[in-house]
Design a protein around this ligand. Sequence first.
Ligand code: NI
Length: 504
Amino acid sequence: MRAITRIGAALAGLGVLAGCAVTYPGPNLGSPVSTPDTATPTPTPPNTARPTGAAEEEFVAEGRSPQVMDGDLLGSLLARIETRTTYNGTRVFASWPQFDRSPVDAQISGYFTQAISDFEAIHPAAASGVSAELNLGWQLIGSSPEAVGVVSDGYLFDGADGRSSWRSFWFDPATGAVLGTDELLDHAAALAALRDAAAAHPDVDLGRAGDDPLAAAPMVAFTGQGELIVGFDQCQVMACSHGRVTLTVPAAATAPLLTDEGRRVEDSVVNPVRPDAVTASPTPTPTTTPTPTGKPGGAARKVDCDKVKCVALSFDDGPGPYTRTLLAHLADAKAPATFFLLGQQVETYPKVARAVARAGHEIGVHTWDHRDLTKLSPAQIDRELTSTIRVLRRDAGVNPRYLRPPYGAMDADVHASAKRSGLALVLWNVDTLDWLTRDTDKTVAAAVKRARRGSIILLHDIHPATVKAVPAIIRKLRAKGFTLVTVSTLLGRTKPGVVYSHGR
Ligand code: NI
């Protein structure tokens, strides 16, 4: 009953947010990058938790950011990823985790679906002249058998301005019980500490967030050094030009504020471990597919696409929890593929990104967080590309040569930015519509029926139905005489800034 009350309170909070432009979840500005707001050097974080890589001002909050860790740590606790994509007109690109745990699943999916339906009510897809966009991702900010934390990372573009927001969710993985701010902190003492932290920042006006800014704060998290950070959405406590804002309570001052639950949560950040290390799970959980090793997915043999009928399979929006299964299918079939990865996802699944590269597949850039690049300034477009290139180099060890712009949306600024970053633009000429049908048979049929010599086939490995379709797609394409190659084998020489949608 207590848990249900908490969900009700969470949804009521959403309702309040719904009427106010300031509070929409927005895209991910990103990945939490640690940007100290003082001159104090940051201590080295513990081994499993990593500082995030996209240290571009576009992607950070004002102040410290939560410690982000490898999503693989969730192990079998992660039951599935829910996604919502709308690619025509008004654009929605959202994904969120589910754990087969109640009530936390209801709280998380309630938040995301409410944000999407609020957005769609204000910006219907058919609206003319408005190109609104909602971008909602997530990252892991705490992991242990006693506490798990995820943060939503949101960006909303209303046709004129973009706003960023976020929201933390803490829960007990054994029971699924939601751990709200008041379960973690002595509210009165934490509120006083928050006001102290704000006093050091004259530009921060906590009064803008109401009488109880702690209760109004959408994000409560910890750094890897045990500092409490309280996060506010863009425009909530500071001028909108500052983006999202966090206030930090020093580690020594944080300790007295914590309840027993709060200490367990803090420990899940400072000393992250797999939450499924102990078996308290009341529900069966899926098993993890081992990563194929050694055998290059392809690319080993030199293929001449002037002599054989080549096609390229391309997978967008990963890496994610289903990508390893896809890699296993590709390895079984000895088929190479090309992956257009999101920087934000690489940061969440760095080992999976590396596994893609090690399997011999090609990797291209799909931007940091899947924003429509034509709605951004040239400087913002550059940051979307360079930040993603940086994490691909760091985590996957590759130097990408291609950009696939989200939605295929391009203009002269996008071409120019791609050229500056040394990236050719790679689209597709076979759209399987897998994101729409979410149907394995239909995806197989669409890929195979419409493939021609030189085709680039568009697929998305964030959908399990698509991953399941891949063995049949490969088998049937080969039966029709096609040879599967990477995009670079298909296209041969390419020029940065130039658009390609098929090969020879
Ligand atoms: Ni995409």
